[in-house]
Write a new protein. Structure first.
Length: 97
């Protein structure tokens, strides 16, 4: 996740950071910023200047943990990205137990 964020232009990183902060301090928060995808997996929806970004996260003991981020290419969340995020969330949850 960190590498993905670092690879983005500074203006986009700043915008993503603002939305993460909004989500963090407003939790629980819903649409249009946050949407639940699966049990224990949500997405932060961010419209950038000329594209759309998604950051997927899980919540453990009231702490949001970002597990995956990507630039959206189509209408639906790609299954590969969803599976990767779900796997990472599951691994993090197991490690915390």
């Amino acid at each position: 996740m960190r590498e993905w964020l670092k690879a983005l232009p500074e203006a986009e990183r700043r915008r993503l950071g603002q939305e993460i902060r909004t989500m963090r301090f407003g939790w629980p928060i819903g649409m249009p910023l946050v949407r639940k995808l699966q049990p224990d997996l949500w997405e932060v929806r961010v419209r950038l200047e000329n594209r759309i970004a998604r950051m997927l996260f899980t919540v453990i003991d009231d702490v949001a943990v970002l597990v995956h981020g990507f630039i959206k290419q189509g209408q639906k969340t790609p299954q590969d990205d969803l599976k990767l995020a779900a796997r990472r969330a599951r691994l993090i949850r197991q490690a915390v137990r």
